[in-house]
Write a protein that binds this ligand. Structure first.
Ligand SMILES: [Zn+2]
Length: 421
């Protein structure tokens, strides 16, 4: 049956203002005024904003198990003394599935409809995403040491190749390559990866996260992380680099020249005291910038609306009050350069990935500029309905395809082994 969203105020849309949206077979068929709802399932969006779904371009969904396990620590200490050991002990297929499902549900409540993940047992993250009904790009973590899933980088690269095969017919899932970083991979592993890529393969990597990271790569490899990527042929138009906090002017012009992309991860960068990425300079250089939450162990929630607001406020502090206005911040939070094909802008014949956000709340009174409201005043409480690929998966704040209580119970049971309340 066709779906009709009626009476909403559309933004980031081919037609902005009060329009109805007709959806058929996963696609936006028509955007117009007064569309007849006969034979349609009708969603009344009166007093609501209708906009595209948010895109969380960098996360580790399964890490919800480690939310709040170790806080208030420097990145390398946090990673090597707490996160890596806990992962070695507690990460398995079942943990990845159930903890990812929890995170996907949490994210969906803030209007997220697509995400890119890097972790282990990525097929389990794909399974959770398909069940809930969101889009995912899965990238198995490629790292030189043994993980709970793979013995070494080469095995993870080969696994990624078979995942690509496995999910080739899956509408909601795409598979990319997830080299962890230039400090956890040798030149040899990075070269092996580059030699085995196709032109359209997505590369998802952590780069320039902190000063210590850049210093350690300089010491070990004699070059900055961006130059290492250039050396091995991994700085490409399909490369998506999370963090990029410690990016020099030279780094920025190299990223722009190679057409590579940046994922801003503002709250995780703040919590680990890594700093503020120079996003304003990157946008000026024409770089595609996306938004990510990172995993729940370093944020500690996956509310993409919060990260969007934070990203805008931080650029104002770093540059000036005009930096990262609400339209730019929303574009960044909504896949504006097309990591997920066609998502992020409502247009006829485009994918039907849509959020209905209520304007009933106190903080939504009054609204003069809907972009300003969504970026500076809204929170995930206002997200009412989410539609992905033409299907309603969050309806009035309730999950259509998942039992929230059951998922929470399972994660709580697991977390007791780590000493949770
Ligand atoms: Zn990360």
């Amino acid at each position: 049956m066709s779906l009709l969203i009626k009476n909403g105020y559309c933004i980031r849309s081919q037609k902005e203002g009060y329009y109805d949206i007709l959806i058929e077979e996963g696609t936006i068929k028509r955007i117009d005024k007064g569309i007849d709802g006969k034979d349609c399932e009708v969603i009344d969006a009166k007093n609501c904003i209708v906009m595209p779904t948010f895109c969380n371009a960098h996360t580790h969904m399964a890490m919800s198990l480690f939310r709040g396990l170790a806080d208030d620590l420097e990145l390398m200490e946090w990673l090597t003394k707490h996160i890596f050991p806990a992962e070695a002990k507690f990460v398995d297929k079942q943990m990845v599935y159930v903890c990812s499902k929890l995170s996907i549900l949490e994210s969906l409540r803030s209007g997220m409809g697509c995400f890119m993940d890097m972790y282990f047992f990525e097929e389990e993250i794909a399974r959770a995403a398909i069940e809930v009904g969101v889009r995912a790009i899965i990238t198995e973590g490629i790292i030189d040491f043994e993980t709970p899933d793979c013995k070494n980088a080469r095995e993870a690269i080969n696994k990624t190749r078979s995942l690509k095969e496995e999910f080739s017919d899956e509408e909601l899932v795409r598979v990319g390559y997830g080299p962890h970083s230039t400090y956890t991979l040798s030149y040899e592993s990075l070269r092996y990866l580059a030699d085995n890529l196709s032109d359209d393969d997505i590369i998802h990597i952590h780069i320039n996260e902190s000063r210590r990271e850049v210093e350690s790569v300089l010491k070990d490899k004699g070059k900055r992380p961006i130059d290492v990527l250039i050396d091995v042929g991994l700085l490409r138009e399909t490369t998506f680099m999370a963090h990029c906090v410690e990016s020099s002017d030279e780094d920025i012009s190299k990223i722009a020249n190679y057409g590579a992309n940046v994922i801003n991860v503002p709250q995780s960068n703040l919590k680990l005291a890594s700093g503020i990425a120079p996003i304003q300079d990157m946008l000026k250089a024409g770089i595609g910038v996306y938004l990510g939450t990172d995993g729940a162990a370093s944020n500690n929630n996956l509310d993409i609306i919060e990260d969007m607001r934070t990203s805008s406020l931080l650029q104002k502090v770093k540059f000036d009050e005009r930096a990262m206005d609400s339209k730019t911040a929303l574009a960044m939070g909504m896949n504006h350069e097309g990591l997920f094909d066609g998502v992020g802008f409502i247009r006829e014949a485009g994918p039907a990935d849509v959020v209905v956000m209520s304007l009933d709340d106190l903080e939504a009174t009054p609204v003069y500029n809907p972009y300003s409201f969504v970026v500076y005043a809204a929170n995930s409480r206002s997200v009412r309905d989410v539609i992905v690929n033409g299907k309603v998966i969050l309806k009035g704040g309730e999950f259509v395809n998942a039992d929230e209580e059951e998922v929470k119970y399972e994660v709580r049971e697991l977390s007791k082994k780590l000493g949770a309340l």
